[in-house]
Each structure stands twice: as structure tokens, then as C-alpha cells.
Design a protein around this ligand. Sequence first.
Ligand code: UD1
Length: 344
Amino acid sequence: MKVLLTGGAGFIGQHVLRELMTRGHDVRVLDSLRTDVHTAGAAAWSPPRGAELVTADVRDRAALDRALAGRDAVLHLAAKVGLGVDVGDLPDYAASNDLGTAELLAAMARAGVGRLTLASSMVVYGEGIGRCAEHGDVRPDPRTEKALAGGEFEPPCPVCGRAVSAALVDENAPLDPRNAYASSKVAQEFYAANWARVTGGSVAALRYHNVYGPGMPRNTPYAGVAAIFTSALRRGEAPKVFEDGRQRRDFVHVRDVAAATVLACERHAAGVRAFNVGSGTPRTVGDMAAALANALNGPRPVVTGAFRLGDVRHITADSSRLREELAWQPQVKFDDGMTELASA
Ligand code: UD1
């Protein structure tokens, strides 16, 4: 297929680009090479031989029209990522992610390109679903600053206040975005669904878990916890684990994520469908820190009790839809992936 890949110079984007090319697709990349992400400077990145690069922002209409000419499908990964801890971040999330997607969809309609694969996120589920012994499946409220400061990290049952256990969320779980980034991902999914309804186009929204692997952003505001811990260990410092270290995430390797994204582009050609993308094996952040400390032979992690107000406690999803409908199988085992990250 002739595809347009937005954000192809980013961490996940570069792996998707490689996967697309390996599978014989003709790839054009649109990337703004924004300097807060590409700290080495825009000139530091160029696409591999055989791929084309249009250096432009997704909000640039003329560039979009050029970039979409002759394309069969779009993979939309360009976005401002991170948590969005400050209200001052809201306009940039809305402009980069909401408006950027709206411009892209309008340009796709102009160009007659009807196939979209969208990078979404597990953060759209907020705190997800908790299971209360008495009240069954419940939706925990956001954790308060007071509770977190008092070391109460588990979100309680909203009915009786007792601790709930985290259940795996499937794609039908209610959307409950709890920070600026999450809100913009939900908005992107809704804009895309509106566009699909009007134009007859198809949308696969891939809700990525915590993606890690070679090329992870380090030392930027977009660094995920695995990169932060790796950098600390390389400096000879202990990883600082927030809360009590028992918060769960599903760490999924970037090559597995890239494979899922390309499969969705190739195989999902009708309607709107969301797919959770996780390894299926949740880990605690404390366990992940220990695995990296082992791999790098560094100091043991320190559990600090510090917290970030925008964080959710557990993010764990059921990714069976992706396995069943798109025949995806994660290939990289957690220990192997952490060892590779440590040595990258
Ligand atoms: C991550 C992604 C987000 C994505 C989501 C999907 C990043 C920066 N964020 O969010 O884009 O939508 O997964 O599931 O990649 N922590 C520490 N010590 C630190 C830093 C963080 O213990 O120094 C803890 C946090 O409190 C949190 C966990 O590690 O509990 C994960 O944090 P982070 O890597 O920032 O990712 P998410 O917030 O899960």
C-alpha cells in the first residue's frame, strides 16, 4: 500500500516505519520534527532510504494536501504525548492533537483517502474498572491529593470505600480521560469516528499500553518510566519508584506495538474499531525497576512514596480482540525486552 505515516520520526513512529518498509509498503512520512521532542535538532533525523519525508506540522493544510496525494491509507501517530500536569499545557494538547487530527481528517476527505489507523492510548479508560467484593465492577473516582499524601494509593470503591482489585478493561469499558493528554486522545477517537460516519472511511484506534524499547525518549518531558529508570541506573543512581511501587502497568515492547499498528492498517478496512495493545502480562512498576536494576547490575530501586496527581493507579487491559481479530501475537518477552533496553 501507499501510506502516509504522521509522526514517523518519533519513538514508536520509527519502529512503525521500519515495519511498514519491511512489509513492502511505500511510505511517506509527515513529521514536524518539533524541537522539544527532537532535541538533537531537526537536521538530526532523516528517513531510511526508500521512504520520503515531508517536514511539516499536521495543521499545515497545504503540506497535508501534498503529503496525501496518491496515498491509500494514513497511520496517524503525530501527537504531543506525556501527562499534561499543568493547566497551561491544555492549549498545546488541544492544538497539536485535537486540531491536528481534525485538519488531517478534513484533508483525507479532500484527497479521498478512506483508511485511518490512529495511535490512541490506554489512558482513555482513566482509572479503569475496579472489582469490589460487595459491589461488583465499579469505576473508582480520581484519587485525591489528601489520600495520596497519606499513603492511600489504592483507589477505593466509590460506594463503600473499601479497597477494590483491578480488573482488565476491554474496549467497551467507559471512556474516562483524567488528564489533558488523555482528553485529547479521546477527542481524536471521536473526531475520527465522526469522519468515518460521514465519509464511509475506516478507523482502527490502537490503544497502546506502556510502550518501551530501543529509541525510547530519554531526558525529555516525554520520557516514560522505563527510560527514566534506565538513565538513573546508568548514572549509578537507584531508580526512584513512586507511590508504593505496587501500581500495575502492562509494558509492551515497541516492536510488538509496531507490528500491531501495521497489521491494523493492512487488515482493518471497514468501520470503526478500537484495539487495546498490551502484552497481556501486567507488572508492577517496582518489579520493572528491579528487572532493570538487575539487567544493569545497578543499585536496588528505592520506593519513595512520592506521587503525581495526574497518575492513575493501575492501567491493565485485555488485548484479546487484537489477537483474535488481527492475528497479532506479542513476540518480545518482558525479561528479554528489559535486558535489551538496558544494553541499548
Ligand atoms: C504512559 C505513557 C502515556 C500512555 C500510557 C498508556 C509516557 C511518558 N506516558 O503513561 O503516553 O498513554 O502510558 O498506558 O510514556 N513512575 C515512577 N518513577 C518515575 C516516573 C514514573 O515510579 O520516576 C511511575 C508513575 O508514577 C506511574 C508509572 O511509573 O505509576 C508509569 O509512569 P509513566 O511511564 O510516566 O507512564 P504512564 O503515566 O503510565
